[in-house]
Design a protein around this ligand. Structure first.
Ligand code: HAM
Length: 421
């Protein structure tokens, strides 16, 4: 037997309705906030992520699915959504349109990580990216959109943590401070961090190795070292969050695992038992568009892991029962009824009704047993007499009540009586 690759997960028919539930909610919110969907290829040239995400990050150094295609080009399954969208923004000249450009995406990403609960090698992100607007109001909008997803799904027990990691200007001076701090500890850092020390010391602050953590916990704090402009942006963001009554905490340890961030960074974490951890992360990326070859324009966005969101919903018992089921199951007795039911079911589906029938030539008893299993809300058994009478007895499967309904009125009857409409 061939099994699915480690760290991947089939979304089975019994689970897919959960995905529809959150995806539908997300699409509804994005529409209200004025975000349009974007879809980009599942793989990109490797260089995009090396430049965009940064070649000193764990994602690029350790986690990418990179391979040579048959033409000898190095391509990578996207480990995240932001760089591809910025690539598309530049390549399709979306920057030439009225700004800001507000985009959202729902798609799989791939990272070669050690699989565990909520950590997969293929996972799904919902993300948004806003390009072409520099104000803290957009940062606040993006954060409010993420928070809206949780509140619309009735999620409690989550925390919004924000920080500012400054701009290249204040970062240059801070990097020198960091280097001076780490210099006496170089021998105690892991090998990757020793390399990061030269190229990108800020990255050390995101290392997951325990011994590195023990050292960087005492490092100078970036938030205390940002320039006036970045500090003013951060203050303004806080004001916007406050007027929207969105509770937040400042967490000066957030640096994020990707290199493109400037100024605002944030994470939303779950404190709920069984689903603890970061569900959503994002921030501003003011240099990325130019880095990918576009104009000097700014961006801000976030991504949330949908598997992690579902874990949170599960831990809070917020997943409703599956309402994706037939409106009516129509059983048949005899050859004439078999043909009639084929036509009737087709007609009902054309009228927007979810109708189901038997395909295994089962006995009426077996057909009704199956109807029960499908969860159909109504059922009917059609025999020759019903065809002559041009009507059928329709049974409400939950209450057991029956109504005699003319075939001509069947679609109307179901539309007005099903619970899900
Ligand atoms: P990220 O923090 O790397 O940010 O990922 C965002 C979210 O994706 C995480 O908070 C988590 O919920 C989910 N996630 C990441 N890796 C895995 C995994 N291996 N298994 C399951 N879920 C995972 C980004 O990707 C940025 N592109 C976000 C962004 C958009 N920043 C600005 N715009």
């Amino acid at each position: 037997m061939i099994i699915a690759p480690r760290g991947t997960h089939d979304i089975l028919p019994s689970e897919s309705y959960r995905w529809h539930l959150i995806e539908d909610k997300i699409k509804e919110i994005c529409l209200e906030f004025g975000y349009k969907e974007i879809r980009t290829p599942m793989f990109e040239s490797t260089e995009l992520f090396e430049r965009g995400v940064g070649d000193t990050t764990d994602v690029v150094q350790k986690e990418m699915y990179t391979f040579l295609d048959k033409g000898g080009r190095s391509v990578t399954l996207r480990p995240e959504g932001t760089s591809p969208i910025v690539r598309s923004f530049v390549e399709s000249s979306l920057y030439a349109q009225p700004q800001p450009t507000k985009l959202y995406y729902l798609y799989p990403c791939f990272r070669y990580e050690k699989p565990q609960a909520g950590r997969l090698r293929e996972f799904h992100q919902f993300g948004v990216e806003v390009m072409g607007a520099d104000t803290a109001a957009v940062d606040a909008e993006v954060i409010s959109l993420a928070m809206q997803v949780f509140s619309r799904l009735n999620v409690t027990g989550i925390e919004l943590n924000i920080n500012s990691i400054g701009c290249p200007k204040c970062r240059a001076a801070y990097n020198e401070k960091l280097k001076a701090f780490f210099k006496p500890h170089l021998g105690e850092l892991c090998e990757t961090c020793r390399q990061r020390y030269e190229k990108n010391p800020l990255r050390i602050l995101d290392c997951k190795v325990k011994s590195c953590k023990a050292i960087y916990n005492h490092a100078p704090v970036l938030l205390d070292n940002i320039c006036e402009d970045c500090a003013a942006h951060f203050e303004q963001l806080k004001r916007y969050l406050e007027v929207m009554e969105i509770p937040y905490q400042i967490d000066a340890t957030i640096v994020r695992g990707l290199d493109y961030y400037t100024k605002t960074v944030f994470e939303i974490i779950s404190k709920n038992k069984g689903s603890e951890g970061t569900i959503c992360g994002g921030g501003r990326y003011n240099g990325l568009i130019a880095e990918i070859g576009g104009p000097e324009m700014t961006g801000v966005g976030f991504a949330m892991g949908l598997e992690r969101l579902l874990l949170v919903l599960e831990s809070l018992d917020l997943i409703p029962e599956n309402l994706e089921r037939p409106d009516i199951f129509i059983a048949n007795v005899g050859d004439q009824a078999d043909l009639f039911v084929q036509k009737l079911v087709y007609g009902l589906r054309n009228a927007g009704i979810s109708a189901e029938r038997d395909y295994l030539s089962r006995s009426v008893k077996a057909q009704m047993k199956y109807a029960n299993k499908t969860g159909a809300q109504f059922s009917a058994v059609i025999g020759d007499d019903d065809i002559v009478a041009k009507s059928v007895s329709v049974k409400n499967m939950q209450t057991g009540e029956t109504d005699n309904v003319p075939f001509d009125h069947l679609a109307e009857f179901i539309k007005t009586n099903t619970m899900t409409r």
